[in-house]
Design a protein around this ligand. Structure first.
Ligand SMILES: *Cc1c(COP(=O)(O)O)cnc(C)c1O
Length: 354
């Protein structure tokens, strides 16, 4: 066994997926399983497929290639706007992509033409979160320019919320997407069957039965961590512990809580600030910013994060329930940022169970 180690419970991921695919389909929504936080891990992808997903979504071409090479052949959606320089790779590896730039859609059209394919596009509309998407007033004009592209099939409109601006999905903004899709359909002259109504932040509305009739949701975090992403409340019946992270204590000593000497900058150029807690029992854990995002790491009960550098996590363990010794492993619960970093870090070993 090597540490730090992340343990991935595939059965729990499958169960969470089943819970959400069932919920979506009860409301005539087709869910898409987002694997990006696991870097396109094929085992996680298979767990999602076993849980009822028929389509997967990824943010990076490399991850799609990883899935394809593992023999996963369901349709893939590219979530991040395509880089024009990757148009060929996108058309080759993804059936569908989310887009907001006409120049890129034209590049995809040319790439698709050169291999005799038709590439599907969901046109993203910015409903106020201010990450990707064209503004609502530009929908008709943009659709009119997509319509003549012979190797592009416009599927419909989509939106992404609660990512940059923290804007919460509502009947108002998603209702707007529905009416824009109608306008777009009139311009396109053919049905636009897909209304891609967001990510795991649309789950609270869905759970309350108040989600406007979008046809698709793209779900990652809700499955992986079992929580919606507006208030990060647990989804009833979902497992919250699909991923656990273990790391080893490499120093355990009682030390003062305020450094001794003149204080300059810390390892990351910040100016540290210290609360005097007197002498306390501190553990150094062999886990650092190269492996996790500190602010989204839930630490074991009775421990507090004091700080972290590239390779060291400092914890106040004064109130930890059991006696600790050097070489013991502590178990952490990663939030989204910590999970993303741990799955990406070559220094974190990956174990599967379930
Ligand atoms: C990451 C992402 C998703 C999935 O978001 P979750 O909060 O993990 O469900 C959906 N759509 C887009 C465009 C994304 O980038």
């Amino acid at each position: 066994m090597t540490y730090p180690r992340i343990t991935i419970d595939l059965k729990k991921i499958e169960t969470n997926t089943r819970l959400l695919t069932d919920l979506c389909r009860q409301h005539d929504i087709e869910p898409v399983g987002v694997t990006k936080v696991t870097c396109g891990d094929p085992k996680v992808a298979r767990a999602m497929l076993a849980g009822g997903m028929n389509m997967l979504a990824e943010s990076r071409v490399e991850n799609a290639i990883r899935l394809r090479q593992a023999g996963i052949d369901v349709p893939l959606m590219l979530l991040r706007l395509p880089m024009p320089s990757q148009a060929e790779l996108v058309v080759e590896n993804f059936q569908c992509s989310l887009n907001s730039e006409l120049a890129t859609i034209k590049a995809l059209d040319r790439a698709a033409a050169s291999v005799g394919k038709v590439h599907q596009v969901v046109l993203m509309v910015d409903l106020g979160d201010l990450r990707e998407g064209i503004l609502p007033e530009d929908v008709e004009n943009t659709v009119a320019q997509i319509a003549p592209l012979a190797h592009i099939q416009l599927l419909g409109l989509g939106t992404n919320l609660t990512c940059y601006g923290g804007v919460i999905p509502s009947r108002d903004n998603l209702g707007r997407l529905l009416s824009l899709n109608k306008q777009a359909q009139a311009v396109y002259g053919q049905p636009l069957p897909v209304i891609s109504g967001g990510n795991s932040s649309s789950l609270p509305l869905l759970l309350e039965g108040k989600l406007p009739p979008v046809t698709q949701l793209r779900l990652g975090e809700g499955i992986m961590l079992g929580r919606e992403t507006v208030a990060r409340q647990p989804i009833p019946g979902a497992h919250l512990d699909c991923f656990t992270l273990e790391a080893e204590v490499i120093e355990l000593q009682t030390k003062p809580s305020v450094p001794i000497g003149e204080i300059g900058q810390d390892a990351f150029g910040g100016t540290p600030d210290f609360e005097d807690r007197g002498n306390h029992l501190r553990a150094i854990v062999a886990l650092g910013r190269q492996d996790i995002a500190v602010d989204s790491l839930e630490t074991p009960a009775g421990t507090d994060i004091l700080g972290a550098s590239s390779d060291h996590l400092l914890l106040d363990v004064t109130d930890y329930q059991q006696p600790l010794k050097v070489g013991d492993r502590l178990v952490f619960s990663p939030g989204y940022g910590a999970l993303l970093a741990a799955m990406t870090s070559a220094y974190v070993s990956k174990e599967y169970c379930g």
